[in-house]
Write a protein that binds this ligand. Structure first.
Ligand SMILES: Cc1cc2nc3c(=O)[nH]c(=O)nc-3n(C[C@H](O)[C@H](O)[C@H](O)COP(=O)(O)O)c2cc1C
Ligand code: SF4
Ligand code: SF4
Length: 253
């Protein structure tokens, strides 16, 4: 078994690690950003795949990863975990349909409510205590789901037709333009940027670079909020105009 995940601010990494450890203490987890990930997928028949939900869809970086490596998923048994702030409908279903098309067998799904990672929108913000409670509840749900899997009754969150309809009509259709491709809407406040280069090193897309000692953004942002959550100057925004919270799993566990 192998845990494979994409995680912008750490929620999904945490959930995959807890789930996989419940099933097999020796099994490893690896990010899709790791250069050894395909080699490791090729050596494992059972994959636990995890990603966050963006606008009731899977992140573009995850869809591209599946597409680029479809041969490696052929014939694999896959359990899908998605993390979300509020709601997704068929978060797991989005990639389950894709993976099934490429010859994988989906054995189950799990939806987990975690702290919202959109640090530049005030509306959805919770207190530290509330976020810690959310993570505890998610950990409990993970334990129950992994036990069900051990007993041969894998949870099926997000995989049925009803979930598909809710995800599609409840949200994805209205926001499809947001997740269809990468975005060029990331903003860097050059009055605040001190040129530390941290965002450039952290970006999973190589979307950021340094020019004249300051960071500039390209057109291939997958909206993961990692740079926004780690910039020491709070100089980066995407959906909103001001950083209210820098969301990282380390704060909640
Ligand atoms: C661009 C964007 C869109 C999001 N859309 C949704 C959404 O539609 N529904 C939801 O419940 N959470 C949504 N979220 C919240 C994340 O899914 C959630 O915080 C997730 O646990 C982050 O995981 P990570 O820390 O592994 O990146 C969104 C987050 C981002 C950055
Ligand atoms: S992390 Fe912030 S301060 Fe550092 S280079 Fe990037 S934008 Fe500038
Ligand atoms: S620019 Fe920032 S938000 Fe966009 S993909 Fe890179 S790290 Fe993530």
């Amino acid at each position: 078994m192998l845990g494979v995940y994409f995680s912008g601010t750490g929620n999904t990494r945490h959930c995959i690690e807890v789930f996989v450890k419940e099933l097999d203490k020796l099994a490893k987890c690896i990010s899709i950003e790791d250069e050894e990930v395909i080699e490791k997928i090729d050596k494992n028949n059972f994959i636990v795949l995890g990603y966050p939900i963006y606008y009731s869809n899977s992140p573009k970086i995850v869809r591209d990863f599946i597409l680029d490596n479809k041969e490696s998923f052929k014939g694999k048994k896959i359990f899908i975990i998605t993390t979300m702030g509020l709601f997704s409908g068929d978060g797991t279903g989005c990639s389950a349909r894709l993976l099934t098309k490429y010859g994988a067998e989906i054995i189950g799904g799990l939806h987990l409510k975690m702290p919202d990672c959109i640090g530049d929108v005030k509306l959805l913000k919770k207190t530290l205590e509330e976020n810690k409670n959310l993570v505890e509840q998610a950990d409990e749900k993970i334990k129950k789901s992994s036990n069900s899997l051990k007993n041969g009754k894998a949870t099926q969150d997000g995989l049925g037709i009803a979930c598909h309809l809710v995800g599609l009509f409840g949200q994805r259709l209205w926001f499809y333009g947001k997740t269809k491709s990468y975005t060029d809407e990331l903003k860097i406040n050059l009055e605040k940027c001190n040129g530390c280069g941290s965002c450039v090193r952290l970006c999973p897309m190589g979307n950021l670079s340094m020019k004249n000692g300051q960071s500039i953004s390209g057109q291939k942002c997958t909206m993961c909020y990692r740079c926004i959550s780690n910039c020491p100057q709070q100089a980066i925004t995407l959906i909103g105009k001001e950083v209210y919270e820098q969301c990282k799993i380390e704060k909640y566990i």
